[in-house]
Design a binder for this molecule. Structure first.
Ligand code: PMV
Length: 360
């Protein structure tokens, strides 16, 4: 498919007003997306677990304008209260997707959004937020154009979410998702994410992700700035190759259930992401002293307990702990005994792999 396939032909139905609500999850990348070109095209393929409890719920109420507007007409509420500072991001999202959603200037929208995870917890809400909004808009388009089938619906929702925030395209479906062209994944695309449909060992079916909130609050480096640091980065080409190779390795690990292999790939990906930031110009260290203390404690615990607990990181100081369900009791005890002290206000979130967004 190409971008043109997402431009709808003239709408076949009309609707004065209505309201839709979608809930979309966050996701955690195992193979990291870091670096992009052109219009949100990833520099390398990525693979993620969809989460289950870190969710954004968005309701979009829409009402037809008496005449088509020259501008986008919308109001935004966060937790039922007006949130002016979120509006520029939504406006630029509308600008990017207008070509694919021509009805946008025919309606006034009231967007009401809330997250299940604490505000400014350092967990990016852009993935779940953009995915939930894209799904609401798709649902409105479905009313105006009754012909869209389920696969196309999800694919276009992912395509739109990607234009809002790259990793958001992986927050439509579950449980394992890939985005970005890779020669070993036949259906892969740079334009939207797809459900990983190769063999997956049962140990990964209910994998856990406990997120340790090491540093809440604003990210030190916005992801836009971060991705741009990969242009002219001295190690960019090697990094992009490594992601392709790690995805091949991860494919066989996912099929065989080789947890040691899983740990090695996932931790290398996390540390490479941070190594890229430490060696860019300008350079950044996004880990905090407590991030490193947690990583060292995990390594000691893994050795002593013979469990398969491992970590991954996003572009920040928080740590995602990944482990199979049958090791949960031992790992949770370890978190309480040894890791909670490194979390801001002792806060952490217990999540697990999930099945994707749903309509409420
Ligand atoms: O979606 P963005 O532009 O915020 O980029 C997110 C990038 C990482 O979270 C660091 C990695 C990933 O693949 O999710």
């Amino acid at each position: 498919m190409t971008e043109i396939d997402f431009v709808p032909s003239a709408y076949t139905a009309d609707r004065e007003e209505g309201s839709v609500t979608w809930q979309a999850p966050s996701n955690i990348a195992l193979i990291k997306y870091w670096g992009k070109r052109g219009n949100q095209i990833p520099a390398n393929p990525s693979l993620s677990f969809t989460l289950n409890k870190c969710l954004t719920t968005t309701t979009v109420s829409y009402k037809k304008l008496s005449s088509r507007s020259d501008n986008f007409s919308f109001d935004l509420l966060f937790d039922d209260l007006p949130k002016e500072d979120f509006k520029p991001k939504i406006k630029s999202f509308f600008v990017k997707i207008e070509e694919y959603m021509p009805f946008l200037k025919d309606y006034h929208f009231l967007i009401n959004t809330s997250n299940t995870f604490p505000h400014s917890s350092g967990i990016a809400s852009s993935a779940s937020g953009m995915a939930a909004l894209a799904l609401c808009l798709m649902d409105i388009e479905r009313v105006l154009n009754l012909s869209a089938d389920e696969d196309f619906f999800k694919r276009k929702a992912s395509f739109l979410a990607r234009l809002g925030s790259g990793s958001a395209c992986r927050s439509i479906d579950g449980e394992i998702i890939t985005w970005g062209i890779h020669k070993a994944i036949a259906t892969s695309s740079d334009l939207y994410a797809v459900k990983y449909s190769d063999e997956v060992h049962k140990v990964f079916k209910n994998y856990r992700d406990t997120i340790l909130l090491v540093h809440k609050g604003q990210k030190q480096v916005s992801s836009t700035l971060g991705h741009n640091l990969m242009h002219n980065h001295p190690f960019a080409a090697q990094r992009f190759n490594q992601a392709h190779e790690n995805l091949v390795k991860l494919k066989s690990v996912l099929a065989s259930g080789d947890l040691e292999g899983f740990v090695a790939i996932v931790e290398q990906e996390a540390l490479t992401l941070h190594a890229m930031m430490m060696t860019s110009s300008p350079y950044f260290v996004l880990m905090m002293p407590n991030t490193l203390k947690i990583i060292n404690a995990i390594w000691d615990f893994r050795k002593a307990s013979k469990t398969h607990l491992c970590f991954t990181l996003d572009a920040g100081a928080n740590v995602h702990l990944l482990y199979p369900k049958n090791e949960a009791a031992e790992v949770l005890q370890f978190i309480k005994d040894e890791l909670v002290v490194y979390c801001e206000n002792g806060q952490y979130i217990c999540d697990e792999i999930g099945i994707g967004a749903k309509k409420l």
